[in-house]
Design a protein around this ligand. Structure first.
Ligand code: C2E
Ligand code: CA
Ligand code: CA
Length: 598
């Protein structure tokens, strides 16, 4: 029921009363008798506000005397009302006005709240002007109206939300996503779309039943909400598939950070019906405007990336790269672009110092590749390493990185510049190559670098995939005298039994645990366990991604051996690194009383 409907019903009642009042044939006696019995507020006052008449109904209003004879002034009829409205209007003008109308809410003596639809009417009789006020009780209309509005908003809610999780549904997602795109267009900003699929949901649903599965989805939705800001859109597209929109992205790393947090949160055990169950997720990420002009395209590309994340071993995120779509032309162009870049020396190595927390000295450099693209500038490896892995170009690229890093390091040693060791990232596909160890031998021979100066980094997830093959290869490499580090430690599922068999030297605590190490208890306890685990196994431990003094302090206090991160030094181009060396007085950073020197 709408406002118009309730007020027009009230209008009808009021109009009938108006005609009675205006009919001079009716005696005042008649009027009084009629109004005694009608549940309507009617009053007549003169221009000074003296009450000539008030209907019995007024005595129901809180604050109004039960004996109408006590009432002198209009103000006493409506203790909280309208005097000012009449005063503000010049009377002459008012006389020519049609009746004023407004709504009045007043409490009754029994405590109930009533709403009246009021009319004010100016009637000239002989020399006097009488102001009639007529009010019809529209409380029931109002209540019905509100109930209807509530009902309607419940229906709206149901039409746009997933009944199980309460998250936005597909329709609301499209609506919000389109609005996000318009905002991004206006502000020339970037949006990230994260498509999240739970890794083992089907298994959980099949083993524990649908009720359990539903409860699980609810919890997973809550975990997602907990990791995001209120302004981010989170929707359930169906089944175990969720989508998140992040606006105003300034840096790919911001997206990585959030994706990392979501993965961590989903992988945490959830207690359902007394069982502790965990189920990781895989995330595909597409970015607007780079990966699509509309929502459908962005979703499609995020889906391709998500599929890749599943293929890469699940519990990880992948950014969309054009090679993932089935557009063969695009694929070839990009692959060619990357192939050409590797051949034409468009790749460039940066070096990030690793600092020993006991001595404050640089004990190593991690070599990190960048693509010096003619149009796009310096491209981060997160954008092309997945493509290189997918196309197999990683073997060629990886070999270039390895030999370039070894040659550089040897050249520096010859010049008397000593950085400890050089660490090189080895991708899973490279590591699984037939006779990878022979490539390493060849590179070391050609560069004349002694093996003790080289460290190879292999991610935890690639090391654990087919762990017995890994153990064999690591054994082979270790015998050559080089060092081995397990990268991104903590993000995969390490089997301790295997870890003990691997002839490794170092664990690298993944950045995602370090970012909130000083504020988040669960991150802190994981990091502490990794430090203890490493020390129990006589391994060194390094924390990556240290950006703040508080993180550094925390790590020093817990006995971590080494650190790497922007707080100490960003990855530097060769020239920048040498400039650092030449400035002998340079202190890289002064963290909580510990000085770091070259
Ligand atoms: P990664 O091996 O975990 O390398 C560390 C990454 O963290 C680097 O990103 C580095 O720039 C970044 N980083 C260092 N300190 C901080 C910090 O304090 N805060 C934050 N937020 N980030 C920090 P980058 O250079 O973009 O490399 C990204 C990933 O690309 C590497 O992760 C590695 O997986 C891969 N990658 C880089 N170079 C190579 C390579 O030559 N071969 C292979 N296979 N992969 C590589
Ligand atoms: Ca690394
Ligand atoms: Ca790492």
């Amino acid at each position: 029921m709408s406002d118009t409907r309730s007020s027009s019903s009230a209008d009808n009642v009021n109009e009938r009363l108006v005609s009675i009042l205006l009919d001079t044939n009716n005696s005042e006696e008649y009027l009084r008798t009629v109004l005694e019995y009608v549940p309507v507020l009617v009053s007549a006052v003169d221009l000074e506000g003296n009450v000539k008449f008030a209907s019995q109904h007024h005595t129901l209003l809180a604050g109004v005397s039960d004996d109408l004879n006590d009432i002198q002034k209009e103000a006493d009829l409506y203790p909280a009302l309208v005097q000012s409205r009449v005063e503000n209007m010049a009377m002459e003008a008012a006389l020519n006005q049609p009746a004023e109308a407004w709504e009045l809410s007043a409490k009754h003596k029994d405590g109930s709240m009533h709403h009246y639809h009021m009319h004010r009417l100016y009637v000239k009789r002989d020399t006097d002007t009488i102001i009639y006020s007529i009010g019809t009780d529209v409380t029931e209309f109002k209540l019905a109206e509100r109930a209807l509005r509530d009902h309607k908003s419940r229906i709206d809610y149901m039409a746009f939300h997933d009944p199980l999780t309460g998250l936005a549904n597909r329709s609301l997602f499209y609506d919000r996503a389109n609005k996000s795109l318009s905002r991004a267009n206006r502000s020339h900003s970037t949006i990230a779309l994260l498509l999240i699929d739970l890794d083992r949901f089907k298994l959980i649903n099949d083993s524990f039943g649908h009720d359990f599965g539903d409860a699980f989805l609810k919890k997973a939705a809550q975990h997602l909400l907990d990791e995001l800001r209120d302004t981010d859109t989170v929707a359930r597209l169906g089944g175990d598939e969720f989508v998140v929109i992040l606006e105003n992205i300034r840096d790919v790393e911001d997206v990585e950070k959030i994706a990392g947090k979501i993965l961590k949160s989903l992988a945490e055990p959830m207690t359902i019906q007394g069982h502790d169950i965990s189920c990781s997720g895989s995330i595909g990420i597409s970015m607007y405007p780079n990966h699509g002009k509309g929502i459908d395209q962005l979703l499609k590309n995020a889906d391709a990336a998500m599929y890749n994340a599943k293929n890469a071993g699940k519990n990880c995120y992948q950014f969309f790269v054009h090679a993932m779509t089935d557009n063969a032309v695009n694929y070839l162009l990009l692959e060619n672009d990357l192939r050409r870049a590797i051949e034409c020396n468009e790749m460039k190595l940066f070096y990030q110092p690793q600092v020993d927390l006991n001595t404050g000295r640089i004990v190593g450099l991690e070599a990190l590749v960048r693509w010096q693209h003619k149009d796009r500038g310096l491209v981060s490896p997160v954008h092309f390493i997945p493509l290189a892995e997918e196309t197999g170009l990683i073997n060629q690229l990886g070999e270039w990185v390895l030999s370039h890093a070894c040659e550089r390091f040897q050249a520096w040693l010859m010049q008397g510049i000593h950085f400890g060791k050089v660490a090189v990232n080895i991708s899973m596909r490279q590591f699984r190559q037939d006779h990878f160890e022979q490539t390493v031998v060849r590179v070391l021979t050609e560069s004349k670098l002694a093996p003790q100066y080289l460290e190879l980094e292999i991610t935890e997830s690639s090391a654990m995939e087919n762990a017995s093959v890994t153990a064999e290869m690591l054994g082979c490499l270790s015998k050559m005298g080089l060092s081995l580090a397990i990268d991104d430690f903590g993000t995969g599922y390490s089997s301790l039994a295997y870890l003990q068999q691997f002839p490794i030297h170092k664990l690298k605590i993944d950045r995602s645990f370090v970012s909130d190490i000083d504020t988040n208890n669960s991150d802190a306890s994981i990091a502490k366990s990794i430090i203890d685990l490493a020390h129990n196994m006589q391994l060194q431990v390094i924390a990556e991604g240290v950006e703040r003094p508080a993180q550094s302090r925390w790590l020093i206090d817990r006995g971590c051996d080494q650190v790497q991160g922007f707080y100490y030094c960003k990855p530097l181009a060769e020239e920048e690194l040498l400039a650092l060396v030449e400035d002998h007085t340079r202190v890289i950073k002064d963290a909580a009383g510990v000085r770091f020197i070259l």
